[in-house]
Design a protein around this ligand. Structure first.
Ligand SMILES: Cc1cc2nc3c(=O)[nH]c(=O)nc-3n(C[C@H](O)[C@H](O)[C@H](O)COP(=O)(O)OP(=O)(O)OC[C@H]3O[C@@H](n4cnc5c(N)ncnc54)[C@H](O)[C@@H]3O)c2cc1C
Length: 488
């Protein structure tokens, strides 16, 4: 248990008296399960609240203000930054059972409760020829509430944008316990200040989302997938920038560096491209995965441009418009995250963003770090928007590795900001990146953010310590647990 944790028995007794033991759970197993996310740093709460009706949330927040209890909102705990970990103890509001989804096919909107699993929204939208484009790799496990609170991105952000681009309206509770609605289930709404967009990406610090109206889009009629081998990382990234200039608007555009491809091939026990496909042109190579979607006639035109581009940059490629074959091309991308563990038993998984002009410099820098500290730095991610997952693989039980990884990640973040980039493009700050916030923002910018937080949450009860208070995560040992997505 962290030294930050405070206990509030009188307040929890008052809460139990108001909501009853079925909604206020204090047993160790429930509290432990709500004490960490995918970052696996455990901070025990004192109680986990599973609200039955909306009014319950107002009651919890009002009591929390009265007794000054830290409150953390939890979706499905897939976050990578510790943002749903109750780092100061107190209460967790757990909303995974609030999972209703209603599709309005005429308006092309979905009205969802925050605990709804993201993939489920698409399952229900598909029969209407619609889909919700944001598709984080965790979409079978994460909740839409968590997606909105982190402004999650996904593989299809290349063409369709991130969660923020698909939220019409939000409902929920202010930290002080009053019910609010931001915007409305309408395609246009400009009345008043746009606090809806302030809530999106605020990582549970500004309010509790209880309902969202989402924008759905037409499901594309067809897709065509290309898997491309480039001789070097630099070659692949230069090719990526060129493709973006050809205006083909890929729906998916992923880059896997040579370290990533080697790790994935080691895990699969086979090469992605056969020796005859590679024609002896390279022992190692980077990969680009490109997918275009839309009307078949438009795809045919774009495919011509893409094949000509491939001709200029690739040493091997495969292409398909057959669904089952496309899945085979995706296999390397889907397995590369877990494959990293062949390079170390722990990973730092950053989600930095750099501008096109800095792609090559970034990848060179990751290799320079690898050569200097002797830890693998596999890098893959979204080539259409510069949002790359830079990893540092290390051994968590080796103090020398931990020291090197801690120093190196600080250097990588400093470099990213120097390159005109962002320290996070989709996971958010939470506690993981709180030590780097001041690299990205000036004191005036952080001061403005804290002023907003104080205005909405005067007693600082919602997610205290998150984002703004630098926390040295290296002082905490991750818990050893197997989570549902670990095998995927
Ligand atoms: C295998 C894997 C792959 C991933 N891939 C991606 C990816 O491709 N793109 C990406 O963006 N992320 C990715 N993530 C990170 C994670 O899935 C996302 O951040 C996701 O949006 C978190 O959703 P969640 O329901 O698990 O939220 P949680 O982890 O429970 O919470 C995340 C944040 O949301 C807040 N929150 C949750 N619900 C509410 C609510 N109702 N009201 C207010 N605040 C709330 C929490 O307080 C916390 O700050 C991945 C994670 C894993 C494990």
């Amino acid at each position: 248990m962290s030294s930050l944790v405070k206990t509030h028995p009188a307040a929890t007794q008052a809460l139990l008296a108001k909501l009853g033991p079925a909604k206020v759970l204090t047993d160790e197993a429930t509290c432990f399960a709500a004490s960490f996310d995918n970052m696996r740093l455990s901070f025990m709460p004192e109680a986990v609240i599973r609200p039955g009706v909306e009014d319950d949330i107002g009651i919890v927040l009002k009591l929390a203000n009265e007794y000054r209890i830290p409150v953390t909102v939890r979706g499905r705990g897939t976050g990578n930054t510790g943002a749903s970990s109750p780092i100061q103890g107190g209460w967790v509001i757990h909303l995974d059972h609030w999972d209703k989804i209603e599709i309005d096919p005429i308006s092309a909107m979905a009205t969802v409760q925050p605990g709804a699993i993201t993939a489920r929204i698409n399952e229900l939208a598909a029969p209407h020829g619609l889909f919700f484009p944001p598709d984080p790799s965790s979409l079978k496990y994460c909740s839409i509430g968590g997606n909105i609170a982190t402004n999650a991105g996904g593989l299809r952000a290349a063409k369709y944008g991130v969660v923020r681009d698909h939220v019409y309206a939000l409902e929920g509770f202010l930290p002080t316990g009053e019910k609010v609605r931001w915007a409305a289930p309408l395609r246009k709404f400009v009345s008043g200040l746009n606090i809806r967009d302030l809530w999106i990406g605020s990582e549970g610090t500004l309010g509790v989302i209880t309902q969202a109206t989402l924008k759905l889009v037409n499901k594309p009629a067809a897709r065509r997938t290309f898997l491309i081998a480039c001789r070097t990382d630099e070659g692949a990234l230069e090719a990526a920038a060129e493709l973006m200039g050809l205006r083909v608007n890929p729906a998916v555009f992923e880059f896997l560096d040579t370290q990533t491809v080697e790790a994935a091939e080691k895990q699969r026990g086979s090469r992605v491209f056969t020796a005859s496909e590679l024609k002896g042109l390279a022992d190692t190579h980077a990969i680009l995965l490109v997918e275009i979607d839309g009307h078949p006639a438009a795809l045919a035109e774009d495919a011509i441009k893409i094949r000509a581009w491939i001709g200029r940059h690739a040493i091997a490629f495969r292409e398909t418009d057959v669904e089952a074959e496309a899945e085979a091309l995706w296999d390397i991308r889907r397995t590369c995250s877990q494959a990293m563990y062949s390079l170390g038993n722990a990973k730092l998984n950053e989600d930095i963003v750099v501008p096109f002009r800095s792609y090559v410099e970034l990848i060179r820098y990751t290799r320079e770090v690898r050569d200097r500290i002797g830890l693998a730095t596999p890098t893959f991610g979204h080539a259409a928007d510069g949002n790359f997952h830079v990893h540092i693989m290390y051994d968590r039980d080796n103090p020398e590795h931990c020291r090197k990884a801690e120093k190196a990640i600080h250097e990588v973040m400093t470099k990213v900001v120097e390159l005109g980039g962002a320290i996070t493009g989709e996971h958010g700050i939470g506690i993981a990146k709180s030590p780097f916030l001041r690299l990205q923002h000036t004191p005036a910018e952080i001061g403005a953010m804290i002023a907003v937080k104080k205005a909405l949450d005067p007693n600082g009860i919602l997610a205290p310590g998150q984002i703004f208070d630098p926390l040295n995560v290296w002082e905490h040992r991750p818990v050893k647990v197997t989570l549902p997505w670990d095998k995927h």
